[in-house]
Write a protein that binds this ligand. Structure first.
Ligand SMILES: Cc1cc2nc3c(=O)[nH]c(=O)nc-3n(C[C@H](O)[C@H](O)[C@H](O)COP(=O)(O)OP(=O)(O)OC[C@H]3O[C@@H](n4cnc5c(N)ncnc54)[C@H](O)[C@@H]3O)c2cc1C
Length: 437
């Protein structure tokens, strides 16, 4: 333990804020977490918040560092590959890693958050405040103005460091945005998402241990398993298309022609009830920099780099932020000035890269997976990965099953593309020579 006189305020007790508290608590900092929502451990589960998430290597590594990997994996379901529901009525399994059987894990967002909050709370140097919203922050002085939404009381708190882990619509980031030289861009994609559910009574009809995908070109549906045998289904579709499906008849007609095998699984009446009882949510991608202000403030997780969910990396990347912060605290002996500056420096390119990769993967999941050229490439990648496991790591594997920097995953893929293009040209010339001579 070191630095045990320093105090840290964490805004947001979501996945990344709660994990970050565990990392910092281990180091002995005095921590206050302010979370705008009620304590979800005491709330009844609401549909729409019950999304399950794919946990992969980077996230597992961070959980392992604070001794929580086993506790989380105990409640998780391994997914060894994609199970494609192609039209008409054809299923095909595409494994993530044919050679070493690595898999990603489906885990309930709420359960994971509960585990992380309880772990943070178990440190005596961590205090949790729920229904408490950050209203204002004075980054220069390290002051926060918090409002207790239950009592309407205003709380003033001060710390050596304020960490904003308050998600994509971060209040902390809005303070950084007012500072000179802060770079910021946001992109809403035209697609939104809506959650549906396959109940545990029908769940056994789904092939287990896969992430199911219904790829349909311009849109797609996916399903991730839950521990109780039910499946959380997420429909990703252009928001204007959602609007067009404004009656039971139109919805059922659309599902019958687009996702026919899903109707019995979800159930006709349940589908209609679930579809019309909630509104589709937007999807945003945010790039910004730097992530810090002097030695006083830092943003992490979605607050720093919200991304579209198609690589299943938003949380994993946020968890990796915590790993990096922890490494830097060791490297610079807890000197916040160096730690925060280096955090921004080292994280920016990687965060930008995974935001781009997440956009790319939407196209791969909804469209490319059905193309013969994609399957050929996948087969080639698998073969080369088997022959040269240390030198030819396919893109998905490097992102999901390694600690390779996201920027290097991208560069690696570009290099592989060049090698394959050169190989194709050589083969073509060889063929030509054989014909001529
Ligand atoms: C449909 C969908 C599927 C996804 N699937 C995956 C997946 O499979 N794998 C994966 O790795 N990622 C996935 N993600 C991304 C993942 O959900 C996010 O990256 C992750 O939740 C980010 O965690 P966070 O703690 O940074 O932000 P959040 O989870 O948004 O938490 C922020 C917290 O801050 C609180 N807060 C906000 N404002 C204030 C304030 N002013 N004062 C106090 N508290 C505040 C919020 O209440 C919240 O609890 C998915 C996202 C979506 C939308």
């Amino acid at each position: 333990m070191c630095d045990n006189n320093k105090s840290v305020i964490i805004i947001g007790g979501g996945l990344v804020g709660a994990l970050c508290a565990c990392f910092l608590a281990k180091r002995g900092y005095n921590i206050e977490i302010y979370e705008v929502r009620e304590d979800l451990r005491k709330c009844k589960l609401q549909r729409g918040r019950s999304i399950n998430l794919a946990l992969s290597h980077r996230g597992r590594r961070a959980l392992r560092s604070v001794g929580l990997e086993e506790a989380v994996l105990k409640h998780a379901i391994p997914m060894k590959g994609r199970l494609l529901h192609n039209l008409p009525d054809e299923l095909s399994s595409v494994l993530y890693d044919e050679h070493t059987n690595q898999c990603i894990y489906s885990v309930s967002r709420n359960l994971l958050n509960e585990i992380l909050l309880s772990a943070a709370e178990s440190y005596e140097n961590v205090k949790l405040f729920f229904s408490c919203k950050l209203v204002e922050a004075n980054l220069k002085e390290g002051h926060c103005l918090i409002q207790n939404l239950k009592t309407s009381e205003s709380i003033r708190s001060k710390a050596d460091l304020i960490i904003g882990a308050d998600g994509a619509y971060s209040k902390m980031r809005s303070h950084l945005q007012k500072l000179p030289l802060f770079q910021y861009s946001q992109t809403y994609i035209e697609h939104g998402y809506l959650e549906l559910c396959i109940s545990s009574e029908k769940g056994h009809l789904m092939i287990p241990n896969h992430l199911h995908i219904w790829p349909r070109g311009e849109f797609m549906m996916i399903a991730l398993p839950n521990k109780d045998n039910s499946w959380t289904v997420t429909l990703f579709m252009a928001l204007k298309k959602f609007k067009m499906l404004d009656s039971r008849e139109k919805l059922l007609k659309f599902f019958e022609s687009t996702f026919p095998d899903s109707i019995d699984l979800i159930g006709k009446d349940d589908l209609v009830e679930q579809f019309f009882s909630s509104k589709p949510s937007h999807l945003i991608s945010i790039k910004c920099s730097p992530y810090h202000f002097e030695n006083r403030a830092l943003i992490i997780g979605d607050a720093a780099h919200a991304m579209v969910p198609f690589y299943g990396q938003g949380m994993n990347c946020g968890f990796e932020d915590c790993t990096l912060l922890d490494q830097l605290l060791s490297e610079f002996d807890g000197n916040f000035e160096y730690v925060l500056e280096k955090f921004s420096e080292r994280r920016k390119e990687d965060a930008f890269a995974i935001c781009d990769l997440a956009m790319y993967n939407f196209k791969e999941m909804r469209d490319l997976v059905t193309k013969p050229s994609f399957r050929l490439r996948k087969a080639l990648d698998n073969l080369l990965y088997k022959l040269f496991p240390n030198h030819w790591i396919p893109l998905y594997n490097s992102v999901s099953f390694s600690e390779i920097k996201y920027t290097d995953c991208l560069k690696n893929r570009e290099w592989q593309n060049r090698v394959l293009a050169a190989a194709v040209i050589c083969l073509f010339l060889l063929g030509l020579l054989m014909i001529v001579f």
